[in-house]
Design a protein around this ligand. Structure first.
Ligand SMILES: NC(=O)c1ccc[n+]([C@@H]2O[C@H](COP(=O)([O-])OP(=O)(O)OC[C@H]3O[C@@H](n4cnc5c(N)ncnc54)[C@H](O)[C@@H]3O)[C@@H](O)[C@H]2O)c1
Length: 354
């Protein structure tokens, strides 16, 4: 077996490259920067399944004209703090960042901001939008519909998405918010894609092959059926995502969201997202809220440890730790990903930094 090489790169250098690539794909400088920041931020938090490994597929959708490089995003105010956002088939990073920033604005004024987004595309790592809220002292939930990947409980066919359930809250440490961002599948589908690419085995129990047989082969799993976490509970949440992200917002739903990673270039994906943003000091002053958050976290950390545990972390803390490490050492990318990024650069005439 050949040993594969890893490449290290500083996050800002990687971001500049990705941003230039997207500008070449006809995105405005501002929109290209939003997409590049969103992708690299995932790598910096160690969520590599939703990082630059995905840069080529979003570009391909634009170049094949099934996603719009110059979306005119329309925000309709249903109420002064309830927004219906038409993404005009722009990339999900752009529509969702704009929508969350608007939600924060109205939440600061009225306490709560809500946005339903339709005509969007895959938005990558949900934590990107939670972080916009938590940095602004807001609590947020982010929901999304996504393409068929896992079965409803009792079915043997991929129908609902692996759509992440995502919740964020500020804590006493402004750099370390509480971020619960988890796919409904036992593992994010992107991790299977990565395993498939790098030829790595995955644990049994995460996915079935296309014939419904348990598999530990990343490639077969990626082609097959993802399994939800917690049986009918994860399956129920993925259905909920389809209702709130898809049906409720006016986007595609019920198995009709186009699979961006399965070479379905037959038309716009019309992905829908839904966001709720609350001012954290809605019911008590900011300091009281943050102090109670810290108190709660400290109390949990002092609990008796379960077997084989050295400490207790809060959601978002593992990624914060990876971030500290990655900021120092750089983003590490595998040979396969670098090859794809080099090809991507060549295809649009941008010199790769590798
Ligand atoms: N856009 C989409 O359609 C889509 C679909 C699926 C997944 N995703 C993204 O995939 C990414 C990865 O999802 P995942 O489910 O593989 O994440 P994961 O399993 O790595 O982590 C899930 C959550 O558990 C927390 N966690 C992990 N270890 C912990 C520990 N030791 N103690 C306490 N908390 C801990 C993490 O902070 C995180 O909030 C997410 O960013 C998600 O938004 C996106």
């Amino acid at each position: 077996m050949s040993i594969k090489k890893n490449y290290k790169i500083k996050p800002d250098k990687l971001e500049k490259f990705i941003s230039t690539v997207y500008e070449k794909c006809k995105l405005s400088k501002k929109h290209a920067s939003i997409v590049a920041k969103g992708l690299v931020r995932a790598d910096v938090r160690g969520v590599w399944s939703h990082g630059v490994v995905r840069a080529p597929i979003y570009c391909e959708r634009i170049l094949k004209k099934v996603a719009n490089p110059k979306p005119k995003i329309k925000i309709k105010k249903i109420q002064r703090n309830i927004l219906h956002v038409d993404g005009n088939n722009g990339l999900g990073f752009i529509t969702s960042s704009i929508a969350m920033n608007e939600c924060v604005k109205v939440a600061k004024k009225y306490g709560v901001g809500i946005a339903g987004i339709y005509n969007s595309n895959h938005f990558g790592m949900a934590a990107n939008y939670l972080e916009i809220a938590t940095k602004n002292n807001c609590i947020a939930w982010v929901f999304t519909a996504s393409s068929p990947a896992l079965p409803p409980h009792g079915a043997m066919a991929a129908h609902f998405g692996t759509a992440p359930f995502a919740f964020g809250s500020p804590t006493g440490n402004k750099n370390k918010p509480f971020i619960l961002d988890m796919a409904c599948s036992a593992v994010a589908r992107g991790k299977l894609k990565f395993a498939a690419k790098s030829g790595k085995k995955i644990p049994f129990g995460l996915a079935l092959d296309k014939f419904g047989k348990p598999t530990n082969d990343g490639a077969k799993a990626f082609e097959g059926i993802m399994l939800p976490f917690g049986g009918m509970k994860g399956a129920g949440i993925s259905w909920m995502m389809d209702i709130i992200g898809g049906i409720f917002t006016g986007a595609n739903h019920s198995g009709n969201v186009k699979n961006q990673f399965g070479n379905n270039f037959s038309g716009p994906a019309n992905v829908g997202h839904f966001m709720i943003c609350l001012k954290a000091d809605l019911f008590q002053n900011k300091n009281q809220f943050l102090k109670k958050m810290e108190y709660g976290i400290k109390k949990v950390k002092k609990l008796k440890l379960a077997k084989n545990f050295k400490e207790i972390l809060h959601p978002g803390e593992p990624e914060y730790r990876k971030e500290q490490m990655i900021k120092k050492q750089g983003v590490i990318l595998s040979e396969d990903i670098v090859k794809d990024l080099n090809e991507l650069g060549d295809s649009v005439g941008v010199k790769s930094p590798f």
